[in-house]
Ligand binder design. Sequence first.
Ligand SMILES: [Zn+2]
Ligand SMILES: [Zn+2]
Length: 233
Amino acid sequence: MKHIRLIEDWFLNRRCRSCGIPLVLRPGHVGLVCSACRESLSVEFLSGQLCTLCGSPLPGGVDVCRHCTETTPAYTNHRSAFLYQGRVATLIVDFKGRGYKQLAAYFAESLAAIVPDCDLLVPVPFRPESVRRRPFDPVTLIVRELSTVQGLPQVPLLRRRPGKSQKSLNRAARLTNLKNALYIRPGMHASVSGARICLIDDVFTTGATVDECARVLRHSGASRVYARTVAMD
Ligand SMILES: [Zn+2]
Ligand SMILES: [Zn+2]
């Protein structure tokens, strides 16, 4: 009897991270997000007029944003599933900051809708220092789930040398910080040559990181480099 109670408690404690309902009461959940929240969040998918290059929302009548007109990104195009706001922002904080790793499955489901036709998925590499703060790499978890959903190989082709966190830096400082920080893992160049790659990251802020990853991959012979992220800040 005690065991049944414990099992019941365990199920009832597994709640939707968005609305708080016990998941057992709302089947069809994916990665700690109940079926009703998956449905209502899908309405928030980023849509409408977007920059054809970086994917940022634009006023009508323009195809490319001012920033991409001034500096063409190295990636073919970038899209985010969501804007970084409201319930999605809370879910990302739960995932990255509070250790709700199961949310990776929900983010992968959201990304699946915007992954282009490509040969492989490549996670944007984490900074070596961030492993000390967090016992897991959020992007690796998302890419693993996405690889299963899409039936596409995921290959961690890129590495990152230790350096400052990008968070506190402006765009110019980010680019300097990134220069030479990213490189192709030794022995992996053959996988890059001619490949259509989709880079995956969690949050797109200035785009400097995915741009530099794309530049390194293109330089090593990737035929196309797309970028997809969960949310755009
Ligand atoms: Zn819910
Ligand atoms: Zn743009």
